[in-house]
Structure formats: structure tokens, C-alpha cells
Design a protein around this ligand. Structure first.
Ligand code: UD1
Length: 421
């Protein structure tokens, strides 16, 4: 199994270019199943999760032509042979479930095993299924966890989500695009990735209004055409590199990012004492030669502080003198990085959803686990400032979501190597 070996590095300095958003490209790949015409996606990052989604689509009989060099995928879903997504692929990634809505809408049938992915909580899918049922799908879950859906035709309706789930919003919007009549989805997720997916669907001929607000209106259409789309930049990758500048007390110019998508991260880094300013080339995060201050964060659905940046930010807070508090409200079990950071010498205690960081204790390199994707990013960042050598195992989690992570960090002066055990 491969691992990262990281040495204490100086301040990260230089330029990093952000890749296309993982969480946008995954539902957009699923959305291509809604049309029998060719779709072309650009800015597609080379990530394990993207590989899995491409493999799932291909296994359904769809032609997928991918160029890693050009970050481009061409999908021709004129033929779909089966509505059953392969179990061995689905169990690797929770986002596989977003193929359910498009398959039901296009084929009248979908069979997908209960999904896998990062172990950051129970992550049930009842909101996805409740929405699809409201649109007229019949859904059964067999004893071995196969979710079987079928419909003679979806019909638009009013749906209220008990929680603004990202995946449920995506599934319901995609299914509603080919339903007869109008769907009004309330308490919808407002993440930029939802907006990107809806922009893509509208290019395909869908009639969606309100994406990016809590109420999305979808007027069903008979069919969707092919479309070309460039994926938005990954705000979580951007946030991770902004935090990398802060934790190493460096200065990074982050290119190809949309500052509007990371407002809470900018606000919290400024509260810590980082200087952040916009230039025509990108966003500069300057934490050089300064004492940073402690702060408190609370994760929330967008536009609140993103849960996906909670663990990297916590790594930063361990390096700042004083007490900081983190409250995780989106996932119930997203503190697995605490054990790993504490192994490195941090002093973090957790009670229920609240973590208290007694910051400023020196971090020491040791063997740690990337317990999930973002927890992995957190220990890598901590490793860059810890005395000695940090070895990070289970890096397949990190490679699910960060394109060329080692190269990007190395280009900024970080000392990190990927080695095969
Ligand atoms: C997406 C992102 C993930 C991010 C998360 C929250 C993708 C591929 N992944 O995950 O990176 O951390 O949004 O911003 O886009 N829930 C239920 N029932 C459901 C669905 C969700 O209780 O039917 C709960 C979950 O258990 C979790 C919370 O809602 O506690 C948020 O989940 P959700 O917004 O659905 O996240 P994902 O779409 O899985």
C-alpha cells in the first residue's frame, strides 16, 4: 500500500492552480445519463472518485472517452444496456447513488447497492428515496442492501427536504428534469456544485430555476440534448491550499478559484490573522512572519463553513496559541482526524459534536492514518509543520479527492514523497 512520507518544511511559497471540482463533476457525469446525445465535460480532475463514476457509467453500456492529459471526458449515452450499477464499484463511493435519479428518469428503472465512501457518519439515503418516491418511483431495498427503483413515468410534485442534503438535492433535481409537470424542491441544498450541475442540465435543455437558493423549481421536459460544459474550480481544494499557506506561515497565490465560494474560509483565516487579497491572477493568502490567533468554527450547509474544510482547519488551529472550538453539525462522526492529530502531539478533546483545541503545542512527526479524504488532507498539512518525519498511510482516501496533491505541495516547497510500501 502506498503512503506519503512528509518532512517538516519551511513556509509554503508560490503558486498553485486549482483543479475542477470533484463534487461537481460526479453528479454532472451522472446527469449525462439523461440524454441520448453526446456530452463533453472539460476541467475534469484525475481523481479516483471520477474513475469510479466513469466506470459505473461505462458498465451501464455507455461510451466514455476520457483524456486525462486534456482533463476532458466525452460521454455518449445513446445506448444504456442495464439499469443495474455494479456492486463492486458502487460500494467504493457514496456519490454513486446520484446515478439513481437519472436512471429512473431515463430508463424507468434503477438498481444500485447502498453506497460506500468515507466513514464519516451513518450517511443514510432516506431523503434521496423520499424525494424519488414523491416523484412516483416505487422503491424497495432488499435484505442485502440493493436499492431497486422503478416507475412508469415520474410526475412533478412539491417536495420539502428535512435537511438540505447535497446528494438528495442532486438526485431529485435530475429525476425531475424528465418528469411530467413541475417539481418544487424546498429546503434544497445551495452548494455551488448544485448550481454547476443545474447550469449543465439547463444547457441540456432542462428548465431549472432557483439553483443556489433553497427553493428549486424544475419544469419537466420530454428529453434532454447533449451539452458541453467546463466544471467549476474545486472550492474545497482551494480551501485546503489556503489553509496550507496559513499552517506553514507561508504565502500562496491560489489560481483558478472562485473567492465567492469560500467566503467563510476567507473570513476565518482573516480572523486568525492571515492577510488575504484578490489579484487579477487569483487569491493570495499571506501568513508569513506573523503570530496567528485562535478562532472558533461551526460547520453548516452552504453558505456556512464547509464541513469538508473542518479537519484541515483544525490542523491549523493546533498550531495557534490559545483555545479554539470546532462544532461539526453536518456529519455526526467527523472527528477521526482528532486521534491522528493527537498522536502527533496536538491537544484536542472531543465531546459530542464539539472539539476543543488547546493550540500551540509542538507537533511531532509519527505514523498516522488518512482515516477519510479530508482527514487525510489534515494530517498531511500537520506533517508539513511537524518536527521530523510523518508517514501517512491509507492515502487512497486522499487520492479520491486531491488531484496531483504531492506535485502541487512539492511545487510550493513542501517536502513530501509518495512511496510504495
Ligand atoms: C456531499 C459531498 C461531501 C460533503 C457533503 C456536505 C459530494 C460527492 N460529497 O456529500 O463532500 O461533505 O456533501 O457538504 O458532493 N443525510 C441524511 N439522509 C439522507 C442524506 C443525507 O440524513 O438521505 C445526512 C448525512 O448523513 C449527513 C448530512 O445529511 O449527516 C449531509 O449529507 P449530504 O448533504 O447528503 O452529503 P453528501 O451528498 O453525502
Amino acid at each position: 500500500m502506498a503512503k506519503f512520507v512528509i518532512q517538516k518544511s519551511g513556509p509554503l511559497e508560490g503558486v498553485v492552480e486549482i483543479s475542477g471540482a470533484k463534487n461537481a463533476v460526479l453528479p454532472i457525469l451522472a446527469a449525462t445519463l439523461l440524454s441520448s446525445e453526446k456530452c463533453v465535460l472539460e476541467g475534469v480532475p484525475a481523481l479516483k472518485d471520477v474513475d469510479i463514476m466513469c466506470d459505473i457509467i461505462q458498465a451501464l453500456g455507455v461510451s466514455v472517452n476520457r483524456s486525462i492529459e486534456e482533463s476532458k471526458v466525452e460521454i455518449d449515452a445513446s445506448v444504456i444496456n442495464t439499469s443495474r450499477a455494479p456492486d463492486h464499484l458502487v460500494e467504493k463511493m457514496r456519490a454513486s447513488m446520484v446515478a439513481m435519479g437519472p436512471l429512473l428518469a431515463r430508463m424507468g428503472k434503477a438498481e444500485i447497492h447502498l453506497p460506500g465512501g468515507c466513514a464519516i457518519g451513518d450517511r443514510p439515503i432516506e431523503l434521496h428515496l423520499k424525494g424519488l418516491k414523491a416523484l412516483g418511483a416505487e422503491i424497495d431495498i432488499s435484505e442485502n442492501g440493493l436499492v431497486k427503483g422503478k416507475t412508469d413515468g415520474l410526475v412533478g410534485t412539491d417536495i420539502y427536504l428535512d435537511f438540505p442534503s447535497v446528494g438528495a438535492t442532486e438526485n431529485i433535481v435530475m429525476a425531475a428534469c424528465l418528469a411530467s409537470g413541475t417539481t418544487l424542491l424546498e429546503n434544497a441544498a445551495q452548494e455551488p456544485e448544485i448550481v454547476d450541475m443545474c447550469n449543465f442540465l439547463n444547457k441540456m435543455g432542462a428548465r431549472i430555476k432557483g439553483a443556489g437558493t433553497d427553493t428549486i423549481k424544475i419544469e419537466g421536459v420530454k428529453s434532454l440534448r447533449g451539452a458541453r460544459h467546463v466544471i467549476i474550480p474545486d472550492r474545497i481544494e482551494a480551501g485546503t491550499f489556503m489553509v496550507a499557506a496559513a499552517i506553514t506561515r507561508g504565502t500562496i497565490l491560489v489560481k483558478n478559484m472562485l473567492p465567492d465560494h469560500v467566503k467563510p474560509i476567507i473570513a476565518k483565516l482573516r480572523e486568525c490573522g492571515c492577510d488575504i487579497f484578490m489579484t487579477p491572477e487569483g487569491v493570495v493568502v499571506d501568513a508569513s512572519d506573523r503570530e496567528l490567533k485562535s478562532t472558533d468554527i461551526k460547520t453548516l450547509p452552504y453558505p456556512g463553513f464547509p464541513t469538508d474544510i473542518q479537519s484541515p482547519f483544525m490542523a491549523l488551529l493546533t498550531t495557534v496559541e490559545g483555545h479554539s472550538t470546532v462544532i461539526e453539525t453536518v456529519f455526526e462522526n467527523r472527528y477521526m482526524h482528532v486521534r491522528e492529530l493527537n498522536k502527533m502531539g496536538a491537544d484536542i478533546s472531543v465531546k459530542d459534536r464539539c472539539a476543543i483545541i488547546n493550540g500551540g503545542r509542538p507537533l511531532k512527526g509519527t505514523n498516522v492514518l488518512a482515516t477519510d479524504l479530508r482527514a487525510g488532507a489534515a494530517v498531511v498539512l500537520a506533517g508539513l509543520v511537524a518536527e521530523g518525519v510523518t508517514e501517512v498511510s491509507q492515502i487512497y482516501h486522499i487520492e479520491r479527492g486531491y488531484e496531483n496533491f504531492v506535485e502541487k505541495i512539492t511545487n510550493l516547497g513542501g517536502i513530501i514523497k509518495r512511496v510504495d510500501d
